[in-house]
Unconditional design. Structure first.
Length: 534
């Protein structure tokens, strides 16, 4: 089988309001509704509606030989429902043909696969449920946000039931190998992997209208010749691009619609290739080798890594602060907070904070509506701060302690038998309140080392050792009558032995001796000696 996999992705992000003009903790509508509605309808008129009609016409013209796959994020689907229901109906019309495959991805077009696998799985399920409810069929092919992929992510995707995944044919992972074959995951061979031919894809999506490009003007005949020049051994040519390439990024005046209309006819007439969906290709082609991707890759920028979203301190700071809230959000049942949580995770917010230079910077500036990446960071962090206030308030109102509080509450219950109950019995120690004056004895922390003295009063008449004046400096000299006040310091925490010390009633006169302030320094002296021994 020789096939062309034509894949188009749609993700129209929600623009955030300028939160410098709102008081923190007061206004919670984070989205610029006017701009979002305007943009969706403008792009729908220029791209989605005319392109959907063109695809429908091509399906009618070429029948089973023309198939296409689409990936639409949950954020885009939500905006279609709110602002452009006619666009959603046009996609449903395509779904009924049976020749358009809708792919699974994260519902919020997020970077969750890079940090929180449970959140990632939850979002993928939400998106698959939405695709099934809107288009009548559950996805079997997976496409991660911005084609982000690694061996580990592939394993997780396969564990969720997907048998094929799309990613970038990045040169660092391919080396001399061609992207025009079926590969498999290096750790889970059952997961098949299709790699984007970025050269042929970018010829259409980025260079089509560039008059300084040596390939300009691009015609369907010239493009098919490039495909034929690859040779007869290539099995599948993967053309992945943004849906907005047609009519938005490449305006209608450039001839982009005429090019696409003529391409299937030229391919089917002059080449052995047909247009097939990923699931069909997965059934008919076997992997020729595993592709090793130890670190995440994507289809963004020249590096083809994740630095477009997590390449500087601004992005990493915002990313970490956001996902620190995962546990709290999971415990929150407020649907508005859950909705905002999903939308605030969209990868676009971090993309706008990119500070790269040269070619990559131009692409970021083209897509960003902020005057600078620093403005994007400040605005996002202001909104995130407000979101945190709401989240904390919700937890308080609903008595939903976080995980740390739950642990703190459970510990005392288990510790009830260890509540130093003896200390309660030592309530009489309240009489020893004057010991508070002896608080400086706390400085004599080494006296705690004298705790072994508990063993010292080993039932073997400690008094015999007591007279040993030489032993007075010794840590075991606690029983020395003169040091009796030290016993008062001991009961402060571990007075259990004090029960034996009941005969210390003789030492009660020591209470009178308490005012003997001269004795206090003696304690300090002993401490000093003890310290020297250490």
């Amino acid at each position: 089988m020789k096939a062309i996999c034509l894949y188009l992705q749609i993700h129209q992000p929600l623009r955030l309001r300028n939160y410098r003009f709102f008081e923190m903790g007061q206004a919670h509508n984070y989205y610029d509704d006017y701009q979002n509605q305007y943009l969706i309808n403008r792009i729908a008129e220029r791209s989605y509606l005319p392109m959907n009609q063109l695809i429908l016409d091509l399906i009618k013209k070429h029948g089973k030989n023309f198939n296409i796959s689409l990936s639409i994020s949950g954020v885009a689907l939500s905006q279609f429902e709110w602002y452009a229901p006619d666009v959603l109906r046009s996609f449903q019309k395509l779904a009924k043909t049976g020749q358009v495959e809708f792919l699974a991805e994260t519902d919020g077009h997020t970077l969750a696969s890079l940090t929180n696998i449970e959140e990632f799985k939850k979002q993928v399920k939400l998106h698959s449920d939405k695709i099934e409810s809107l288009f009548g069929k559950r996805p079997t092919t997976f496409r991660n946000t911005e084609l982000i992929y690694s061996d580990a992510i592939g394993q997780v995707v396969h564990s969720m039931g997907y048998n094929i995944m799309l990613t970038e044919g990045a040169r660092p992972i391919l080396g001399w190998k061609s992207p025009n074959y079926m590969y498999c995951n290096a750790k889970e061979p059952k997961l098949k992997v299709l790699l984007r031919n970025y050269q042929l894809s970018d010829d259409i999506s980025f260079r089509f209208s560039n008059q300084s490009w040596q390939g300009w003007p691009l015609t369907s005949e010239k493009y098919v010749k490039w495909i034929l020049d690859m040779g007869n051994k290539e099995e599948v040519v993967n053309l992945f691009m943004d849906y907005e390439t047609f009519g938005e990024h490449q305006a209608q005046e450039t001839g982009i619609f005429e090019f696409f209309k003529a391409l299937p006819t030229e391919v089917l007439k002059r080449t052995p290739y047909t247009f097939a969906t990923p699931s069909t290709i997965a059934q008919k082609l076997k992997p020729i080798a595993p592709v090793y991707v130890p670190y995440p890759i994507s289809w963004a920028d020249e590096e083809r890594d994740i630095s477009a979203w997590l390449g500087n301190e601004l992005q990493n700071e915002a990313f970490e602060k956001l996902y620190e809230l995962s546990d709290k959000v999971a415990a929150c049942k407020d649907p508005e907070i859950q909705k905002d949580w999903m939308f605030l995770q969209a990868s676009d917010h971090f993309y706008y904070m990119c500070t790269k230079w040269r070619g990559s910077a131009d692409v970021h500036k083209y897509f960003s509506h902020y005057p600078s990446p620093y403005e994007a960071f400040i605005n996002y962090m202001n909104i995130l701060s407000d979101f945190i206030i709401r989240l904390n308030q919700n937890s308080l109102n609903n008595n939903q302690p976080n995980s740390t509080q739950k642990i703190m509450e459970k510990e005392p219950k288990k510790a009830t038998p260890e509540k130093v109950t003896p200390a309660k019995k030592v309530a009489p120690a309240k009489k020893a309140a004057p010991a508070k004056k002896a608080a400086p004895a706390k400085k004599a922390a080494p006296a705690k080392e004298a705790a072994p003295a508990k063993k010292a009063p080993a039932k073997k008449a400690p008094a015999k050792k007591a007279p040993a004046k030489k032993a007075t400096p010794a840590k075991k000299a606690v029983p020395a009558k003169k040091v009796a006040p030290a016993k008062k310091a001991v009961p402060a925490k571990k007075v259990a032995p004090a029960k034996k010390a009941t005969p210390a009633k003789k030492a009660t006169p020591a209470k009178k001796a308490m005012p003997a302030k001269k004795v206090a320094p003696a304690k300090k002296a002993t401490v000093k000696k003890a310290a020297v021994k250490k």
